[in-house]
Design a protein around this ligand. Structure first.
Ligand SMILES: [Fe+2]
Length: 245
């Protein structure tokens, strides 16, 4: 079965690209399930599950929404009092149950709970609920992403890195049958500094001024991965998705 994952939908251009192209992409990749990381976009139209990230609670009004939503999940290690949940269990088109987990890295991010303290229990819970388990690891450092994927090898179907907006060239199947990539990229404007208008991002870095960021517009691409796995959750292939909008 095929699972399509679109990475970090950024701004209005990214959201529009998902709205316009996700249905076609699902057909092209014969996807049984579509997951979208939408931390920088309000919704993921046409996705079965939307995962979030470190910006989850920046948007006003999201807390009551997350408290009741079963398909929009925030990082599981957001702290005991944070509204929402970090695990979604859904049925794919082919009838197979799929668990999706969202977890934050702790390197260079203000993460409330270490992922290492909670990941084993969370994975056990996911595996009890579904044979196919997809982990969206929203983290800054490639070292931490490689470490978590290696730690989970053989216990989950895929560990897909998000957050940096730069698609990495390390998509692979680990020895235990887990698909992994350090970062699946960005669905949004690539003529930019990770989605932001280049001149604004550069001005903030050069002059240390509190420049207000705005999303760029040019070279919109949909990026992510396609994971092919057995119905028992063993990954067989991971392919880069990188298509112009
Ligand atoms: Fe992020």
């Amino acid at each position: 079965m095929n699972i399509l994952f679109l990475a970090d939908v950024f701004g209005v251009p990214g959201r529009r690209a998902v709205e316009e192209h996700l249905t076609t992409l699902r057909e092209r990749y014969d996807a049984d399930l579509a997951i979208v990381n939408g931390e920088n976009a309000a919704d993921g139209a046409g996705a079965d599950v939307v995962t979030l990230g470190n910006h989850t609670y920046r948007r006003s009004g999201i807390a009551p929404y997350l408290a009741v939503s079963e398909r929009v999940i925030r990082p599981a290690n957001s702290g005991a009092e944070a509204p929402g949940r970090g695990l979604a269990v859904v049925e794919a088109r082919n009838g197979v149950r799929v668990a999706v987990l969202n977890v934050l890295g702790q390197l260079f991010l203000p993460t409330p709970v270490s992922p290492w303290e909670m990941i084993d229990e969370l994975v056990d819970e996911a595996r009890a609920a579904a044979p196919v388990v997809i982990v969206d690891f929203h983290a800054e450092a490639t070292s931490e992403k490689v470490a978590l994927a290696t730690w989970l090898d053989g216990r989950v179907t895929a560990v897909i890195g998000t957050h940096t907006h730069i698609q990495t060239n390390d998509a692979r199947i680990l020895p235990g049958g887990t698909a992994a990539i350090s970062d699946a990229g960005m669905t949004g404007p690539h003529d930019s500094v990770i989605g932001v208008k280049s001149e604004l991002a550069i001005a903030r870095m050069r002059m240390r001024l509190p420049v207000r960021f705005e999303p760029a517009e040019g070279d919109v691409r949909l990026e992510g991965v396609l994971v092919t796995c057995t119905e028992t959750g063993r990954a067989e292939e991971i392919e880069l998705v990188r298509v112009p909008a």
